[in-house]
Design a protein around this ligand. Structure first.
Ligand code: ATP
Ligand code: MN
Ligand code: MN
Length: 299
C-alpha cells in the first residue's frame, strides 16, 4: 500500500476491508463496501445457511468482469475470521472453508467472494446432509411459467414423501427447491432419493424434464439437477449475491409468491433490503423447524 492510500477501515466486526471502493458490479455501480453493507443487512436471515458448514466461494478479485475462480479449500493469507475446517475424508493437506459469525462473512467479502456456495451438510455431521436441493435448470426455449410449475411439482412429490419444501430463485436461470432434513440419512441415501424423485418426474413427463446433462435432450426441457446432493457438491446460499450483471441474489420466496415472480433474477443487491423491510414475515421462517428424516428404506 502506498503512503498516499488511506488505511483500510475496520468494519463493525473488526475486519479490515481493503479497497472498499473497488467496483465489483460496474453495470450497477456496486462496490466492495456495498457488498459488505448488503451482507450485514441480510445476515440475520442468511446466517443459519452459511455458518458452520463447508463453503465454496466464487472469488472475483477484480469484480464480475475480471478473473474468477471457484475456491473450495482454505488458502494461504485468507482473512483470520475465516475458518479452516478439517475434512476427515478429504485431502489431509487441505482444509475446507467455514465461517462462524458475521466477521467471517466480512472476511469472505474481503476475499472477494462474490458468490457463496455451501455444502448441504453442517460441520456437526459432514456425512449426513441436513438439506436436499433440487436444482431446476431450464434449457433453451423453456418459459418461466414452466420452471415455476416444475418447482411446484417437486414440492408435491417431496411432500408426498413426508418432507417440507421451500423455494428460492437461483439468481441465474432457474429455481431451487430445498427440503430441510433431519441429518439421519447419509449422502448416498439422499442422492439416491433425489435421483429417484427426478427420474420419476422425467418418466411421467419426458417432454418436460431430463435428469442428465445433454444439451440436445435439454432443448425445450428442464434439467432436474439432483447432483447437488452428493458429498462435496454445493449449491447457492439463500441471499448469496451472484457474480453476474445486475447483481442478482438467490432469493427465498413464499410458495404463494411464486406465481407473481417475473424471473429467476428478479431480486438483486439493489432491491433486497427494501424487500426484507416490507415483508410481513420471512418466507423461509419455518425452515429449521421443518426438518424431517429421509427414511432408510423408502424408494
Ligand atoms: P442457474 O439458475 O443459472 O442454474 P445455479 O446456482 O443453479 O444457477 P448451476 O449452473 O446450476 O448454478 O450450478 C450448480 C452448482 O454447481 C452451483 O450452485 C455451484 O455450487 C456449483 N458450481 C458452480 N461452479 C462450479 C465450479 N467451478 N466447480 C464446482 N462446482 C461449481
Ligand atoms: Mn441451477
Ligand atoms: Mn445445475
Amino acid at each position: 500500500m502506498s503512503a498516499a492510500e488511506p488505511s483500510p477501515a475496520p468494519d463493525d466486526q473488526g475486519v479490515m476491508l481493503t479497497h472498499p471502493d473497488r467496483v465489483y458490479w460496474p453495470d450497477v455501480g456496486i462496490t466492495k463496501a456495498g457488498l459488505a453493507d448488503y451482507y450485514t443487512a441480510v445476515w440475520p436471515r442468511m446466517a443459519p445457511f452459511i455458518t458452520d458448514r463447508p463453503l465454496a466461494l466464487l472469488r472475483c478479485p477484480e469484480g464480475i468482469g475480471g478473473t474468477r475462480f471457484f475456491q473450495k479449500n482454505a488458502w494461504k493469507g485468507m482473512n483470520s475470521h475465516i475458518l479452516a475446517l478439517d475434512d476427515p475424508h478429504g485431502d489431509p493437506h487441505g482444509h475446507l472453508i467455514g465461517i462462524h459469525d458475521l466477521g467471517g462473512l466480512m472476511g469472505l467479502v474481503q476475499g472477494a467472494a462474490l458468490e457463496i456456495h455451501p455444502w448441504g451438510a453442517s460441520c456437526a455431521d459432514l456425512e449426513r446432509p441436513d438439506q436436499l436441493v433440487m436444482d431446476l435448470d431450464p434449457g433453451e426455449d423453456v418459459g418461466w411459467v414452466a420452471v415455476m410449475a416444475a418447482a411446484r411439482e417437486v414440492r408435491a412429490r417431496l411432500e408426498a414423501r413426508g418432507l417440507v419444501a421451500f423455494v428460492k430463485t437461483s439468481g441465474g436461470k432457474g429455481l431451487h427447491v430445498v427440503a430441510p432434513l433431519e441429518p439421519v440419512a447419509d449422502w448416498d441415501r439422499v442422492k439416491t432419493f433425489a435421483h429417484t424423485l427426478a427420474q420419476a418426474m422425467a418418466a411421467d413427463s419426458p417432454e418436460r424434464f431430463v435428469t442428465t446433462v445433454s444439451k440436445a435432450k435439454r432443448h425445450g426441457r428442464i434439467l432436474l439437477d439432483y447432483l447437488r446432493n452428493q458429498r462435496g457438491a454445493t449449491s447457492m446460499a439463500p441471499y448469496s449475491a451472484r457474480a453476474r450483471a445486475t447483481a442478482p441474489v438467490s432469493m427465498p420466496v413464499a410458495w404463494a409468491e411464486l406465481d407473481m415472480l417475473t424471473g429467476p433474477a428478479q431480486f438483486t443487491l439493489g432491491n433486497t433490503v427494501e424487500r426484507l423491510a416490507s415483508q410481513q414475515a420471512d418466507p423461509w421462517a419455518g425452515f429449521h423447524a421443518a426438518r424431517r428424516p429421509i427414511a432408510p428404506d423408502t424408494p
